[in-house]
Design a protein around this ligand. Structure first.
Ligand code: NAG
Ligand code: NAG
Ligand code: NAG
Ligand code: NAG
Ligand code: NAG
Length: 601
């Protein structure tokens, strides 16, 4: 699209927010996630689900140790030895020489991984920490094989922030694609719910790492005469090659035809042509983390192999598990899944219009009128005064939402665009309600970048929690797969918005003299209040347990697992009424689709 040349860079953010909700269509309150999805005891999880959950532990161990050691110079053995269960100490891990911002972010990631280990081990038995090779020389050999040469001096991930971020680019994304790949195969609600929550946060971590690298993409790395973007692109190519699963990995810059909607070359988040996250099978992941391109040939980060039944079935050769990952056929989507897939269209429309209008001053009616399907034009939408970087990012978000609308409408029939109230005065009302008094002058989301980002903080996260809430209720593999892909990108968008705001959290928003952080905390509190389902939302300043008093760059529960919301909870928030039956707010005539319309008659 025309976008690429507009400004200094083209950033392709591939995140999107969609919400999927699971609904169980008995017309009771069955969409209420909370009432039904208590964490299951081990017994109720089928073996195939347990194997997939356990497989993920391998990567969580790797990430936890790498991030802990890199940020604070010690690992699980000091933080919580019971989690290591007597597994061997990681080989060659060390503290990295990081600037304060990177250290802060990486330490938060580390604690999130610790939470993930706990969450998985609470659900399945698991295994002790496998032997991990975190030595600088192991990273150097990965980088050498990506470059197909010997870098001199050898690449050292621990030398400084840029190097550490490049090394971090290596890891979480692999886990992320694994979660996207796992969701369609899971059977039990408990496992689906847990993986959706893990995916939400892993996707956020990956997005933050990509953003930090994106900001430095034109910097040279060390003495190598190569830029950051070259490193990222080359690592992505190596992973595609080793994984042998085709294109599932993209660097920070791509040919525009591969970018969001085939229109942008910047690629802050990776996704397919519908801006959906890519899935990987356990075998593809093993080929990558072993560095051998062969799931039977252990090595790389796991010198003695990954643990658990799936990984072992390949190198033990005992009895190869028959885990073929068949591609599911389309077509057979049960009506409950259809309703759950249609519901998030409401939010995708809102996000698509808001991001498109805000960045380029027009919306779906110009980009692709078929997608609007004759729905009313959005009320009060306008172009925002954005700095070039913010505009590029937001435009990419807009295109990603367009991709998501297409992806959903390709799968289910859907409905026309609902009437959306995107007027500045509506946003002002929401902000006034969050603060409990009328700000003077009224808050204007379109006035500048910071205001627009704060307004953006309002929306995608609600969609994200909806996808997390939906994942465990879906039945058909195509629906599960679609939602997993949407969730991956949506989480990335939310993480980037949070990341951009987190950078400026202590900045005062003019002319109110109120910090960015306080805005986010108030907005999150308002959403919790309207949603009427407890805490599912935390601002940037919220110090929840896992962050040990540090900032909350990503939101999650005490195990750093993403929060779920039901469609009702979402309607209460986007209507601004705290009541799914009282329409208004962003949807003056209500949201569309069977789930929403069930409430307003
Ligand atoms: C609602 O749920 C209750 C309890 O599960 C059940 O007895 C009732 O029949 C349900 N009502 C409808 C309309 O499904
Ligand atoms: C980084 O953190 C250290 C320790 O908290 C502090 O002494 C130093 O001033 C910080 N540096 C910057 C640039 O903020
Ligand atoms: C870790 O990797 C390096 C580089 O390949 C290798 O020299 C070292 O022996 C490995 N350590 C273990 C414990 O496998
Ligand atoms: C990072 O570390 C490498 C190796 O010590 C060094 O050559 C390079 O200049 C450093 N880069 C930055 C940005 O400090
Ligand atoms: C949008 O919201 C504003 C502020 O509440 C209100 O004045 C306006 O009438 C609303 N527009 C529509 C179409 O509902």
């Amino acid at each position: 699209m025309a976008f690429p040349i507009t400004s200094s860079f083209t950033i392709t953010f591939i995140s999107t927010l969609l919400l999927l909700f699971k609904a169980s269509i008995s017309l009771n309150n069955t969409w209420d996630v909370d009432e039904h999805w208590t964490m299951s005891k081990e017994g109720s999880i089928p073996t195939s689900d347990a194997d997939l959950l356990e497989f993920a532990l391998n990567l969580e161990y790797l990430e936890a140790e790498f991030f802990l050691w890199g940020s604070v110079g010690h690992g699980l053995d000091q933080i919580d030895p019971t989690l290591a269960e007597g597994g061997p100490q990681p080989y060659g891990a060390q503290k990295a020489s990081l600037d304060n911002v990177t250290q802060d972010v990486i330490y938060q990631f580390a604690l999130q991984e610790v939470g993930h280990l706990r969450a998985i081990k609470k659900t399945v038995k698991g295994f002790p920490r496998p032997l991990l090779n975190l030595s600088a020389s192991n990273f150097a050999s990965v980088i050498d094989s990506a470059f197909e040469t010997h870098l001199r001096p050898p690449f050292n991930p621990y030398a400084n922030s840029t190097n550490f971020l490049i090394a971090s680019y290596l890891i979480p994304y692999v886990g992320l694609t694994g979660y996207v790949g796992a969701i369609p195969k899971l059977q039990s609600p408990a496992a689906k719910k847990l993986v959706a929550g893990l995916l939400a946060v892993e996707a956020g971590q990956d997005a933050v790492i990509r953003t930090l690298l994106y900001e430095r993409r034109a910097q040279s790395v060390g003495l190598y005469q190569r830029k950051v973007e070259w490193f990222a692109n080359t690592i992505s190519k190596l992973r595609n090659k080793l994984g042998k699963g085709g294109l599932k990995d993209e660097g920070l810059l791509v040919p525009p035809k591969v970018g969001a909607e085939g229109k942008v070359g910047g690629n802050i988040l990776a996704g397919d042509k519908y801006s959906l996250g890519y899935p990987r099978t356990p075998e593809e992941i093993l080929r990558i983390v072993y560095g051998s391109g062969d799931e039977k040939k252990v090595g790389g980060f796991f010198p003695k192999g990954a643990k658990g039944k799936i990984a072992k079935s390949h190198y033990d050769n005992v009895n190869s598990l028959n885990h073929k990952h068949k591609r599911s056929k389309k077509g057979s989507i049960p009506s409950l899944d259809v309703d759950l897939l249609e519901f998030p269209l409401n939010l995708e429309y809102l996000e698509a219009e808001f991001f498109l209008w805000g960045s380029v001053g027009y919306g779906l009616d110009k980009v692709d009128p078929k997608l609007a399907n004759g729905g009313d034009a959005p009320f009060g939408a306008q172009k925002a005064f954005l700095d070039p970087v913010t505009r590029d990012v937001i435009y990419q978000f807009g295109l990603q939402e367009v991709g998501h609308l297409r992806a959903i409408k390709k799968t289910v029939k859907g409905f026309p665009r609902p009437l959306l109230n995107m007027s500045a005065s509506h946003f002002a009302n929401v902000i006034d309600e969050a603060f409990g008094y009328a700000l003077k002058p009224p808050f204007n989301p379109y006035a500048n970048s910071i205001n627009f980002l704060l307004a953006s903080y309002l929306i995608p996260y609600v969609g994200l929690t909806g996808y997390v809430g939906a994942a465990d209720k879906l039945q058909s593999p195509p629906a599960k797969k679609l939602v997993a892909g949407l969730l991956a990108v949506e989480s990335g968008q939310d993480a980037i918005i949070r990341g951009l705001l987190y950078d400026r959290r202590l900045q005062k928003v003019a002319p109110y003299g109120i910090t960015v952080q306080e805005f986010t905390d108030k907005i999150s509190k308002l959403r919790n209040k309207l949603g009427k389902a407890g805490t599912k939302d935390v601002g940037l300043g919220s110090a929840h347990d896992m962050s040990k008093g540090k900032g909350g760059i990503l939101a999650g529960d005490e195990h750093a697992v993403g929060y779920p919301r039901s469609p009702e909870q979402i309607l209460r928030i986007v209507y601004g009424s705290g009541d799914e039956k009282t329409t208004g707010g962003f949807y003056p005539e209500g949201a569309y689709g069977k789930i929403a319309q069930h409430y307003h008659k």
